[in-house]
Structures are given as structure tokens and as C-alpha cells.
Design a protein around this ligand. Sequence first.
Ligand SMILES: Nc1ncnc2c1ncn2[C@@H]1O[C@H](COP(=O)(O)OP(=O)(O)OP(=O)(O)O)[C@@H](O)[C@H]1O
Ligand SMILES: O=P(O)(O)OC[C@H]1O[C@H](OP(=O)(O)OP(=O)(O)O)[C@H](O)[C@@H]1O
Length: 221
Amino acid sequence: MTAFQADSQQLILALSKGRIFEDTLPLLEAAGITVTENPETSRKLILPTNDPNVRVLIVRATDVPTYVQHGAADFGVAGKDVLLEHGGEGLYQPIDLHIAECRMSVAVRNGFDYDTAVRQGARLRVATKFVETARAHFAKKGVHVDLIKLYGSMELAPLVGLSDAIVDVVSTGNTLRANDLKEVEAIMDISSRLIVNQAALKMKRERLQPIIEAFERASKK
Ligand SMILES: Nc1ncnc2c1ncn2[C@@H]1O[C@H](COP(=O)(O)OP(=O)(O)OP(=O)(O)O)[C@@H](O)[C@H]1O
Ligand SMILES: O=P(O)(O)OC[C@H]1O[C@H](OP(=O)(O)OP(=O)(O)O)[C@H](O)[C@@H]1O
């Protein structure tokens, strides 16, 4: 345990800026916790709350499971897409929060005959940030793929000939449409989960349990 966390009363929550932070605020409110600084305007990476024993770390969405796995944060909120890539080691995942909902899909350029390419057994070049999910999906289908790891702007790859297809998250479909792409296969539904460090759950159960329960009640659809 780090000095930062030495006090067993202290709770550290890891969140990413943007939709996850925004959608987690009402859940925190339900647990009586108000974040008292706005990450969009503050340069601080450790935000205070109305509870002196609860602080919020602002990290990249893909880094949330890493902070929680290693106990630098006691709990966090991360998308299923991110959790599948991370592997979930050291994490307890008690609830689906039903926030940041979208789906993971395969998309290609309009005009690309995906079904025929797959049927003919062509080797498909697939660009994605989600290599583990993509690998598992195409292996299950028996499709041979060359995976190209990207960190963003996946939609560009088929347009400039870097790949035949992409695997990315889709919500409204606006980004695909704006880039002359079409969704050809939905892989899975995605939403964000509460994740808890397994050791923290044991050591700080009394503090964490009421928050987990408040999140659960507030996130029920
Ligand atoms: N368009 C969308 N609509 C709804 N949910 C989405 C959408 N795009 C992504 N998500 C979900 O929200 C989570 C956080 O997305 P966000 O855009 O904040 O981070 P990111 O930019 O993907 O991550 P990083 O900064 O680490 O690259 C994703 O992991 C995914 O589960
Ligand atoms: O189907 P859509 O509704 O267009 O959403 C899909 C887009 O959302 C994500 O990006 P990003 O987080 O940048 O999207 P944002 O514009 O919602 O922030 C994702 O990487 C897609 O590009």
C-alpha cells in the first residue's frame, strides 16, 4: 500500500473525463458524494469531494483498470470494452451501471463486400484499439485476420487503405456515416461497470459497501 492510501478510511475513485465522469456524478450524488471541482476546467488530477475521505483520480479511460488493479485507486468506473482488453485481473466487478452504453461492431467502407470477403476466406486487415476483442471475435468466426493496433480515429483506416475493416464502438452511427463507412456486424453490447480492487473490498468493506449499494440502486433501469 502506498502512503497516499495509508489511511484505511480514505477512499480513492478512478474516473475518466467526459462521458464516464458526467454519468457517474448522479450515482455519486445518490451515495451522498459531490465532486467539488470540475475536471474540464481544473488542471488538478486529484479532485476533492464534499467528503474529506473520498477523492477522485482523473485518468485516461484505458488506465482506470490499471489504477484499480494495483490499488492506487480503491474503485473506478470503466467500459466493458476497456475491461475486456485489460483482462480484469485483480478486479471485482459487482455491477453494470448502464452508463456510456454503446456496442462494439465491425465496420467497413461503403462498397466493400464484407460477406463475400469473409465467405471466400480472404485474409482481412482489421484496424482497432480493441485487439483482444477483435481477435476473439474473428477466431470464433474462423476468419483469418491481420490486426493493426491503433489508439484512436479508427474510422480513418479503411479510408486510406490501412485496413479493410475496423472494430470500434458505435452509438448513434453518426461517425461511421460521416466517414462513408457501414456497420456490418455487431459484436457485443457495451456499458460501463463499477470495478473494485479486491484487497480494498476486504479491507474497506464497511466504507465501500454502502457506496456500491447506492450505485446499484441508482443505476437500476
Ligand atoms: N459514442 C459513445 N457513446 C456511448 N458510450 C461510448 C461511446 N464511445 C465510447 N463509449 C464508452 O465510454 C467509454 C469511455 O469513452 P471515452 O471516449 O471517454 O474514452 P476514450 O477516448 O475511448 O479512452 P482513452 O482516452 O483512454 O483513449 C468507452 O470505454 C466506452 O465504453
Ligand atoms: O456512433 P457514434 O455516436 O458516432 O459514436 C461512435 C464514436 O464514439 C467514440 O468516439 P468518441 O469518444 O470520440 O465519441 P464522441 O464524439 O461521442 O466523444 C468512438 O470511437 C466512435 O468514434
